[in-house]
Design a protein around this ligand. Structure first.
Ligand code: ZN
Length: 54
């Protein structure tokens, strides 16, 4: 199959904005938090940061 390149590009494009920079997990909340806080962070990391600020 020669469709591999296409798939890789599509996936990386889709997930770039949804990957948390803290835990490297993909989550829908990352995009929302990026808009709200300008941080690429998921809700669980955001919560732990709020509870235990560094
Ligand atoms: Zn996270």
């Amino acid at each position: 199959m020669k469709n591999d390149d296409h798939i890789v590009i599509y996936i990386s494009k889709e997930t770039t904005d949804n990957v948390c920079e803290e835990c490297r997990k993909e989550d829908e909340s990352v995009k929302q938090n990026l808009i709200m806080y300008s941080y690429k962070i998921c809700n669980s990391c955001n919560l732990s940061k709020t509870i235990f600020p560094l």
